[in-house]
Design a binder for this molecule. Structure first.
Ligand SMILES: *Cc1c(COP(=O)(O)O)cnc(C)c1O
Ligand code: SF4
Length: 425
């Protein structure tokens, strides 16, 4: 199967685009100048239902929508395009708008660790056990999600990019930090890289025999966006062989698969891809943010988790979307998130209840909204760290004042105290 990407320049060649009105096409052009846009022939031909594209979750997931920009930003870009502005003018305006969309949420660039006094820009190490690695060959994706919080790195705001080539530095860092048990390849999508490049990383890591390293994880959206990576691509078999090699070396391999909607599990290609990965012995865990217009539906989540378990995967996280990019369009209040999670969780059996959430990946850590309740007549949120900058914070429930509009941890005020307990330190 030949991969064909569609970009802002080429999307009008997609035959199904003829179903859109002139206005809808123009909206894609306007919003696509600001937010990243890329689709491919699998997403377009096999996932999107073009007879109902306006409500199709995968269309909304990959094609920019007018309301993803504020009216002010939309009008500014629309006028520039209509007036025939030059490329540099459009780029300049796009960058200015992007800077107003909180391109760098949750202190990402503050997590750059050092090795022997040198900054390791392709690594993030926030929680004791797990280190994130951004291989430079994996900083793009087979298509782009319109909600993506990594969007700045696809738009060429270069200083926000994390990426690194040298595997020697990772190995040295892993050795110097014996608390790390998990190395997570992330991106972009690390499975965009060629199998032989991935194999080089893995061979070096295996050969280094790092005693504390137990698990290799790969965060990827390929099962949703390009399952042929594990079936018909030229180097698919080589990749599966590397997966097998990881496990033969005594390390665990966990694929952290991003599925945003059950429709991404609707093709033979993805079912076969899951089988092929599972046959290598790798475990597949699944995660997704919860978003309006896309997957704001408890029954859908329940069906998705059940189907994932049917296929041998393990539901892992439901996230609350970060405050970046098109967040207003997708925004779900903390109370709504808890409500959707609870209603979905309540209708699946224990084997699906490995999923945790709804969780915010915020500055101090991953904070779960355990629920809304009343204590002594005061309505409060109950929150809980699933992961914390300080591991001692994990599993200590705490309270915030009830606020029906709150979208994120920053919107919350402590209840029964002046500060949240983790702010004391
Ligand atoms: C989620 C996350 C991890 C991995 O956490 P686990 O709970 O071990 O899956 C690591 N680093 C960052 C920054 C994260 O957000
Ligand atoms: S696959 Fe992941 S990194 Fe790529 S665009 Fe989607 S959310 Fe962003």
């Amino acid at each position: 199967m030949k991969y064909r990407a569609y970009t802002l320049k080429t999307f009008k060649n997609i035959p199904q685009i003829s179903k859109l009105s002139e206005e809808q096409i123009f909206d894609i052009e306007v919003v696509g100048e600001v937010l990243p846009f890329k689709a491919n022939n699998y997403v377009v031909d096999e996932l999107i239902d073009w007879d109902n594209f306006e409500n199709d979750p995968i269309f909304i997931l990959t094609f920019p929508q007018k309301d993803m920009l504020s009216a002010k930003h939309y009008d500014r870009m629309a006028e520039l395009i209509k007036s025939g502005a030059s490329r540099p003018e459009i780029t300049k305006a796009a960058n200015q708008i992007r800077m107003e969309l909180n391109p760098n949420p949750a202190g990402q660039v503050h997590n750059v660790p050092e090795l022997n006094g040198e900054k390791l820009v392709g690594i993030q190490h926030k929680y004791d056990e797990t280190m994130l690695f951004f291989p430079s060959q994996g900083q793009t994706c087979h298509a782009y999600c319109t909600f993506c919080f990594r969007w700045p790195q696809f738009t060429g705001i270069d200083e926000l990019k994390f990426a690194m080539k040298q595997v020697d530095l990772i190995i040295e860092y892993l050795r110097q930090n014996p608390s790390i048990t998990d190395l997570l390849f992330t991106g972009g999508d690390p499975m965009v890289m060629k199998s032989k490049v991935f194999e080089q990383y893995i061979d070096a890591i295996i050969a280094a025999e790092i005693p504390n390293l137990k698990t290799i994880r790969i965060g990827t959206k390929t099962l949703g966006y390009w399952p042929y990576r594990y079936t018909k691509d030229n180097d698919a078999q080589q990749l599966l062989d590397v997966f097998k090699k990881i496990q033969d070396s005594g390390l665990n391999l966990s694929i952290m698969a991003h599925f945003n909607h059950i429709n991404e599990m609707s093709t033979e290609a993805v079912e076969q891809a899951v089988k092929n990965i599972r046959a290598t012995g790798a475990v597949i865990r699944t995660q997704s943010p919860l978003m309006k217009h896309l997957n704001f539906d408890a029954d859908m989540w329940a069906r998705m988790w059940r189907k994932q378990v049917d296929w041998g995967m393990i539901p892992y996280y439901m996230f609350i979307a970060r405050e970046t990019g098109a967040q207003e369009y997708f925004a779900v209040t903390l109370e709504e998130a808890w409500d959707i999670f609870r209603k979905a969780y309540a209708q699946v059996s224990g084997v699906c209840r490995t999923v945790r959430g709804p969780s915010m990946s915020a500055n101090p850590g991953k904070v779960q909204v355990a629920g809304v309740t009343e204590v002594n007549g005061e309505k409060v949120y109950v929150l809980n760290f699933i992961q914390g900058r300080d591991s001692d914070w994990v599993g200590r429930p705490f309270f915030a004042k009830y606020d029906p509009k709150a979208l994120w941890l920053d919107d919350l005020k402590p209840a029964f105290a002046d500060k949240f307990f983790y702010e004391e330190a």
